[in-house]
Unconditional design. Structure first.
Length: 453
């Protein structure tokens, strides 16, 4: 029996670490509370009906079935027993010799978690299908409403947060309204929809070069998106959003509000810090050593969104897939080389660039000193996102779907599902009552979603 390596999390960091240990003389246990790896960079396309959930999610067991030194456990980690080298699950415990914590991050409402019910974020498949349901239900509710004021409220969509996800979501919503749904309704014109992107800073895509932010803003405005910057959200209700600036407060009536403004580290960061006396930053990320280990615990590593690594530039690395992938590969290599008695240099992140798509044939890309926008940037974005799909079948499905969407301007997964969420969602309850009372709501399933193996 080889050295026991336990990896928590089947995201980019955890999965790449497990796969890189394929030929190492170790036994790997990958633990995740979900049975699938999710390609989060394309999650917004599921939320806007361009892709089905199964196009961007692959069962972990399928991805690792040919790797004989890996076992996958479906379970929820709740604590750590460092003294006895055990990971505590909700229903048991797993021992380890080396531990890699890649638990990722969740949504951050900056102390206003009560906003979550009215402004869902986007981190999981369930989030994506809920957002898709809200978007489509808004158009359906507007079709049934005769009051012009209520129609305007239903057809106003507010996206909070001007980072890549917010920009991509706003652009996709504009395409749905102005292209996809054209001629499908009789009492409303979907292109009358108002798409509002709210950013607290002075420009969208603040981590990109200013010129790219300006190009992204211009591209969104050409799609009909209102880009509002320098506005801080002070309240989110089931009928709209209140924002404030130096000029005062403004109320934006809307029945569909989407939150993309921030993320916070998994609660496991706090649990690990308590167990190891490590420090965490304001976002709950564990401050790690240059080799990504927890201070004082060379057998415990933290990678991805949960790690605060500032040794390279003095600033923590961003919570993006490329960071998690490179850290996962590094930790796997470190474990293997140390077993062989070889020295390992500190982790060094190589920035491959930033990319965000704005709409059909539109994107911005920052690769080193190169600044690109438009068609070429969109092609590069598409190739990179296809290349990093972990499953060949998913890669082909996404590629074919993208070609079809591009040629027809249609989205194949515009289905309203997950009706049971109405019980805990005021917006869902009101809109579904409006539709179901007329007897026109059909119970449907996403027929394109593949069966998990």
């Amino acid at each position: 029996m080889g050295e026991q390596i336990v990896i928590i999390g089947g995201g980019f960091g955890g999965l790449y670490a497990a796969k890189r240990l394929k030929h190492a003389p170790v036994d790997v246990t990958l633990i995740d509370r979900r049975n699938h790896h999710l390609f989060q960079p394309l999650l917004y396309q599921t939320a806007t009906g361009a892709l089905s959930p199964a196009d961007i999610a692959t069962p972990l067991r399928r991805l690792l079935k040919d790797q004989r030194n890996v076992r996958v456990l479906l379970g929820e980690v709740v604590d750590f027993d460092v003294a006895n080298k055990q990971v505590i699950l909700r229903d048991g415990a797993v021992g380890y010799d080396k531990l890699v914590v890649a638990a990722g991050s969740g949504k951050n409402y900056f102390g206003n978690d009560q906003w979550m019910a009215n402004a869902p974020g986007l981190k999981t498949v369930e989030d994506a299908t809920e957002i898709r349901r809200r978007i489509l239900t808004a158009f359906e509710a507007a079709e049934r409403t005769t009051d012009p004021g209520k129609v305007r409220t239903w057809l106003t969509f507010v996206v909070i947060g001007g980072g890549p996800t917010g920009v991509e979501m706003a652009g996709a919503l504009a395409e749905i309204a102005h292209e996809t749904l054209q001629n499908e309704f009789r009492n409303i014109n979907p292109s009358d929809a108002r798409i509002v992107l709210v950013q607290s800073g002075e420009r969208i895509l603040p981590t990109y070069a200013p010129e790219l932010s300006a190009r992204a803003t211009a591209a969104l405005e050409r799609l009909g998106v209102e880009v509002l910057t320098g506005l801080r959200v002070t309240d989110v209700g089931d009928r709209g959003v209140t924002v404030s600036s130096r000029a005062g407060e403004t109320y934006l009536p809307s029945r569909t509000v989407l939150w993309t403004a921030g993320v916070q580290a998994s609660p496991l960061g706090q649990a690990l810090a308590a167990a190891t006396s490590a420090e965490v930053d304001r976002g709950g990320r564990v401050i790690v050593e240059p080799d990504l280990s927890v201070p004082g615990h060379p057998d415990i590593f933290v990678i991805g969104d949960l790690a605060h690594f500032a040794h390279q530039t003095g600033e923590p690395l961003p919570g993006v897939a490329q960071v998690a992938i490179q850290q996962g590969r590094y930790v796997a290599q470190l474990i293997a080389r140390r077993r062989a008695g070889k020295r390992v240099s500190p982790f060094f992140y190589r920035d491959r660039g930033n990319m965000a798509t704005i709409g059909r044939g539109k994107a911005v890309a920052e690769i080193g000193r190169l600044r690109l926008s438009g068609w070429l940037a969109w092609q590069i974005w598409a190739v990179v996102h296809l290349m990093y799909q972990m499953d060949v079948e998913n890669r082909m499905l996404v590629f074919i779907q993208w070609i079809w969407n591009y040629l027809t301007r249609k989205r194949s997964a515009l289905l309203i599902t997950d009706r049971d969420q109405k019980a805990t969602n005021p917006q869902a309850q009101a809109s579904l009552n409006l539709i179901t009372n007329s007897g026109v709501f059909l119970r449907v399933s996403d027929v394109r979603e593949k069966k998990s193996s």
